[in-house]
Write a protein that binds this ligand. Structure first.
Ligand code: ZN
Length: 201
């Protein structure tokens, strides 16, 4: 059992930081020390930002995104194409697609993927709300931007079946060679998927 090198307040800060994704105990210790050294420049503004985010963060009542406004900034943006809904498993996926500026559409966050092994069924996800949204006359396409895993693809197929009567086109993400990728480094599954979904040149 290692002995504590700092008072309880600092040890508590390190313990909490260590729970963040990507930070182990060592990086948490380093981050805590950095915050303490920069307490005026960084620690105080961070504490204030955490406090105000805590007070204002809400789950968007339309799409399930997390934001400080409800409906979220994406749903409130009138320049978005209302004919496309991009379905994602998690808010992190929504934010990743937004960072890529890939498409100016609306989103729908499922809150996970179907996983019988983990006991996640359709009623645990925001699927019913998605189907209702997809029936709106302005919606023409639903893009299932789910992980290329068994659970992700099972979920995509399940939703595609439910969308049958909605009069929308259901599409999925392409699988294949990543941009800048070298064939020699790809796994067999990715290479096979890339060959199968080849496109005219
Ligand atoms: Zn929203």
């Amino acid at each position: 059992m290692p002995t504590a090198v700092a008072g309880p307040e600092i040890e508590r800060l390190i313990q909490l930081l260590a729970r963040l994704p990507g930070l182990g105990p060592r990086s948490a210790r380093r981050a805590a020390l950095h915050l303490i050294k920069k307490r005026d420049l960084l620690m105080a503004p961070l504490a204030a930002a955490l406090q105000s985010a805590m007070e204002k963060i809400a789950i968007c009542r339309i799409c399930g995104n997390l934001d400080t406004q409800n409906p979220c900034a994406v749903c409130s943006d009138p320049r978005r194409d209302p004919s496309i809904i991009i379905v994602v498993a998690d808010v992190a996926d929504l934010w990743a697609l937004e960072r890529a500026h890939a498409v100016d559409a609306r989103y729908h966050v499922l809150g996970g993927t179907l996983s019988p092994l983990d006991g996640v069924g359709p009623e645990d996800l925001s699927i019913e709300a998605l189907i209702t949204r997809a029936h709106a006359p302005e919606v023409k396409e639903v893009i299932l931007a789910l992980n290329a895993t068994v659970d992700g693809q099972t979920t995509a197929h399940y939703i595609t079946d439910l969308l049958a009567g909605a009069g929308v086109k259901a599409t999925g993400l392409a699988h294949g060679v990543p941009v800048g990728g070298e064939l020699d480094y790809l796994d067999e599954g990715t290479l096979t998927a890339a060959i199968r979904s080849r496109t005219p040149f």
